[in-house]
Design a protein around this ligand. Sequence first.
Ligand code: VGL
Ligand code: ZN
Length: 208
Amino acid sequence: MKGSEDVLLVIDMQNDFMPNGALAVPNGDEIVPIVNRLAAGFEHVVLTQDWHPRDHVSFAANHDGRKPFETVTLPYGEQVLWPVHCVQGTAGAAFHDGLDVPHARLVIRKGYRRHVDSYSAFVEADRQSSTGLAGYLRELGVKRVWCCGLATDYCVAWSALDARAAGFEVIVVEDACRAIDLDGSLGQAVRQLDEGGVRRGDAGELAT
Ligand code: VGL
Ligand code: ZN
């Protein structure tokens, strides 16, 4: 059992990222039981929830003539345009029905400001606005952040790198994640994790 120095960050286990969802991550539903089992081994679990207003800047539908998976340049840099997903209060934004983590203490919602996306659970895409998560974890004496969920190459990788930048030891539990893998994004994310000092591991290593 992982105690007070460890937290499991369960990222975006929402219907829209599951097969048949608006922004389906291939085989995203496979990790539901893996995440449930993993989470049972942590006293401290935090969930994240992608949570966009319908007029959000990350939606292709809100840019004339643009299609999903194209990129645009915004004041804070390059932004991938996504299908409309995880709209606040909709069924697509709800957690997968099979997610069973009743002891999760906190849900961090992100991407809720119209003009700024947030893949990361820690810092929004403008790289300035904090969600407050680092301060919350620090105040509780957390030293290590274990990351799992969807998608490996976007919200998981960005959250892991920002957790590291905030001074935590960070492990991405790879078999408890699935990727979107858009134009080599998974390979790039793995390189960034390795270069950034984030460890990659498997749920099995934690079983004992
Ligand atoms: C995500 C793209 C857009 C994710 C969220 O959870 O990885 N990806 N919004
Ligand atoms: Zn999103």
